[in-house]
Design a protein around this ligand. Structure first.
Ligand code: SF4
Ligand code: SF4
Ligand code: SF4
Length: 280
């Protein structure tokens, strides 16, 4: 059990701030949270920023600069529990597409003076650098799952977040499957649940923003996608979306690129290793 009025920090690395906003958009519960914890460092909400140590640290964003790598190590030392929130922090985010290409080419295309930019050649998840106590997925995360994680960890037990696939949530909502009815590509069978199957509910396929589910059969899904729905490069692009560097999607995306006749492109310093669920 953590101390009474534990200190909470919300820290950002390379990200869009959308996952932090999920905490602020908990309108009905925010005052209760503020009474249960001391919000010590949350730059999105207050300019009063206290230094660590913290009892519970929520980390948004991926590691893309040498400075951030150093900052993260210090943050880990200062945090009793460190939770990653969102696709950027858990798999490197959409910015991890650089892991499959030349970041020099990207910088030349985007910046007038790329020589002013100090960056790593890769975007990597927080768990690639320090121990993570729990990972919450999504782009952005689901605010109710965030509430469950904060409440559970403050109470000293493992959060009860589902590990099922989007398909199961989709079926429970009574949706007509967009693959069957509309022949749309959908990553629901291999994607982690948590969103309540939002996209199929609104007649579009899931594009995997919650990342791979536990033991996803990506090869079987690809076979299905390739049987008349999309070609190899389109299937590869489906895998290489917001969670492109999540190991299961990275590996399958690379295989599909090869089937499309394109070379493997993963940055030479990286290996997509199978993801281990961190324990709380
Ligand atoms: S996971 Fe998505 S919403 Fe969250 S910070 Fe990254 S890009 Fe933004
Ligand atoms: S629409 Fe997608 S998520 Fe829903 S049941 Fe069909 S494949 Fe699964
Ligand atoms: S259905 Fe898929 S893409 Fe849409 S919000 Fe859910 S996980 Fe993300």
């Amino acid at each position: 059990m953590i101390a009474v009025r534990p200190k909470l920090a919300v820290i950002k690395f390379a990200s869009c701030d959308g996952c932090q906003l999920s905490l602020l958009s908990l309108e009905d519960e925010l005052l209760t949270i503020a009474r249960a914890v001391q919000i010590s460092h949350f730059a999105e909400a207050s300019s009063r920023l206290e230094p660590g140590p913290y009892d519970l640290t929520l980390v948004e964003g991926s590691i893309t600069t040498p400075e951030d790598r150093h900052r993260l190590k210090k943050l880990r030392e200062d945090s009793k529990l460190l939770i990653t929130i969102g696709a950027c922090a858990t798999s490197g985010g959409v910015q991890a597409l650089r892991n499959f290409a030349s970041h020099d080419d990207f910088m030349r295309a985007v910046y007038a003076r790329p020589d002013f930019i100090e960056t790593l050649a890769t975007s990597t998840p927080i768990a690639a650098h320090v121990k993570v106590d729990f990972e919450l997925r999504g782009c952005p995360i689901d605010k109710h799952q965030l509430l469950e994680v904060i409440a559970s960890l403050l109470a000293g037990h493992r959060p009860r977040t589902s590990t099922e696939s989007v398909c199961q949530a989709c079926k429970r909502r009574g949706n007509v499957c967009v693959v069957v009815a509309q022949n749309l590509p959908c990553l629901g069978p291999v994607t982690h649940s948590g969103c309540g199957a939002i996209c199929p509910t609104y007649d579009r396929g899931c594009y995997g923003c919650f990342g791979p589910t536990v033991q996803p059969n990506t090869v079987a899904l690809s076979d299905h996608l390739l049987s008349g729905r999309v070609n190899e490069s389109e299937a590869a692009m489906l895998m290489h979306g917001i969670n492109a560097y999540a190991p299961e999607f990275a590996t399958e995306g690379q295989r599909l690129w090869q089937l499309a006749g394109l070379p493997k492109t993963l940055h030479s310093s990286l290996q997509p290793a199978r993801h281990e669920e961190p324990s709380a």
